[in-house]
Design a protein around this ligand. Sequence first.
Ligand code: NAG
Ligand code: NAG
Length: 190
Amino acid sequence: MAVCSAELIVVSLLFMSTVFVAADSHTFARSLLPRELGLKEEKLSHLHFYFHDIVSGPNPTAVRVAEAKMTNSSATGFGAVVMIDDPLTEGPETSSKEVGRAQGIYALASQKDTGLLMVQNYVFTEGKYNGSTLSVLGRNAVFSGVRELSIVGGSGLFRFARGYAQAQTHTFDRKTGDTCVEYNVYVFHY
Ligand SMILES: *[C@@H]1O[C@H](CO)[C@@H](O)[C@H](O)[C@H]1NC(C)=O
Ligand SMILES: *[C@@H]1O[C@H](CO)[C@@H](O)[C@H](O)[C@H]1NC(C)=O
């Protein structure tokens, strides 16, 4: 009998310690210092590139994936949703060196002017930025001069990113609809 209750105590102690360990390894949230993540000084970077929205020809990089019944009769194309994988290049020529892609969606979100809702990731492929991304969320009134979009986050070298992008149409081909847009992006990151 004495042995039995001793065993019982050992077993229940083991059980309790298991419960404590389990609770420990499932900590949901904790605070930590920036240096524990290897974060040092925050820096500001300026990126400059050209965005090519190719809607015509056999290999478009922007395709309409949805629309409303009234989209075709709307003067501003209200309701159209376009999926893009647009090249980002160093210079304005389509043959210029590619530094990344703009992948995501733009949707015609304005009934009064041509105002796009831009929801995209810039996926960089060049040099030290290869594999890093910036996430963009903003309004783009494409027939205005300089438009400003928010940079709401990033990954890789752009972790904790925040900032803004300025977009200015470089060329717009009225016949084909193909557009080249100059981008200046200012972003804080670590
Ligand atoms: C809108 O116009 C496009 C191009 O002409 C056509 O392919 C599409 O079917 C039209 N959509 C509707 C809802 O009428
Ligand atoms: C970018 O990274 C990918 C995947 O790691 C690699 O295949 C590619 O060669 C890299 N490109 C450049 C320009 O370094």
